[in-house]
Design a protein around this ligand. Structure first.
Ligand SMILES: O=C(O)c1cc(=O)[nH]c(=O)n1[C@@H]1O[C@H](COP(=O)(O)O)[C@@H](O)[C@H]1O
Length: 323
């Protein structure tokens, strides 16, 4: 199995023991990673993601420990249940899918104990070689954004992930500290463009003074960031979030999803109703960039059904993108 971990990372803290025991990073993994850094620039996130998708298929499984799912798994709705749930997902699906996407909100609702579990989940992802996309949807004025960037994209940060989700609705330029740090450390960001929820259209489809939709400007801006990023070709490290539920919105708004070289994180597949036909419609012409994301549809299969559910999801996405 290829290791798609960040090229640079300081030794992670050992995961807190849990049942089931999470995968533990090899003792020398960080040393290997550090020597890769000193030997040159870290491998860009977009390059690592392309390789992970080629190996495992274009699927990201979300780790969304909703109270209802904890109950369905027979676990308490507290930090101990959260730990067993999330670590089991990493243990079972780590090394089998291109990426895992912990949903920060559902860890944060358990307070500091939940955030401690999230730290261990991210550490465990690193141990399996599976890319982690931390879904935090952050966005703030530049000076504060630098703090968020340090929290999620700096080598050795307790909550460091391979990539994070960011909101550009304080202005795409306000995300610069995160983009710059991601480029430096071989990490990535996914910028919300056309989200899967129906309420998003009121903001994202709004047309500005230049006659272009807000989302179109974001896609253009992300294309420019990738053009000046560390990878001269192929997938860039600045991705876009484009919901699989948006129908023909991209086409109607004159957005060329493939033109930005952005990896396209595509939630909405599964529990939100998008299936094979919807994925095929939304991403026609941009198939190579799609990383479909699904959470509840896989997690509802329970601890023993995770592998089969993820394999089915990969097959469905592949078929949709081949249609
Ligand atoms: O950034 C995201 O991942 C995201 C963006 C978006 O437009 N829509 C969306 O559903 N998501 C996230 O993707 C996950 C979807 O979960 P399921 O509907 O259970 O597959 C949730 O964690 C959402 O927060």
């Amino acid at each position: 199995m290829t290791d798609h971990r960040a090229a640079a990372a300081t030794p992670p803290a050992a995961p807190t023991p849990a049942a089931p025991t999470p995968p533990t990073p090899p003792a020398d993994s960080a040393l290997v990673a550090d020597s890769a850094l000193t030997a040159g620039s870290p491998t860009p996130f977009g390059t690592r993601l392309a390789s992970a998708m080629a190996e495992h298929g274009p699927l990201c499984v979300g780790i969304d420990p909703h109270p209802s799912l904890l109950a369905a798994w027979g676990l308490p709705d507290d930090a101990s249940g959260l730990r067993v749930f999330a670590m089991r997902v990493v243990e079972v699906l780590g090394g089998r899918v291109a990426a895992l996407k912990p949903q920060s909100a559902l860890f944060e609702r358990h307070g500091s104990a939940g955030v401690a579990v999230l730290e261990d989940v991210l550490t465990a992802c690193r141990g399996t070689g599976t890319l982690s996309v931390l879904d935090v949807k952050r966005g703030d004025i530049g000076s504060t954004m630098a703090g968020y960037a340090q929290a999620y994209l700096a080598d050795g940060a307790p909550l460091a992930a391979d990539a994070v989700t960011l909101s550009p609705y304080l202005g795409l330029g306000s995300l610069a500290p995160a983009v710059e740090l991601a480029h430096t450390t071989g990490r990535g960001v996914f910028v919300l463009a056309l989200t899967s929820n129906p309420e998003g259209a009121a903001v994202q489809h709004a047309v500005g003074a230049d006659g272009r939709a807000v989302a179109a400007g974001i896609v253009d801006g992300v294309g420019a960031l990738n053009a000046s990023g560390p990878a001269p070709q192929g997938l860039g490290s600045v991705g876009l979030v484009v919901g699989a539920t948006i129908g023909d919105a991209a086409r109607r708004l004159g957005i060329d999803l493939a033109g930005s070289r952005a990896p396209l994180l595509a939630p909405g597949f599964g529990a939100q109703g998008a299936g094979r036909a919807e994925v095929a419609e939304v991403f026609a012409g941009a198939e190579q960039a799609v990383l479909a994301s699904t959470s509840r549809a896989v997690l509802a299969a329970g601890p023993d059904g995770l592998v089969a559910a993820a394999e089915q999801a990969v097959a469905d996405v592949r078929a949709a993108l081949a249609d």
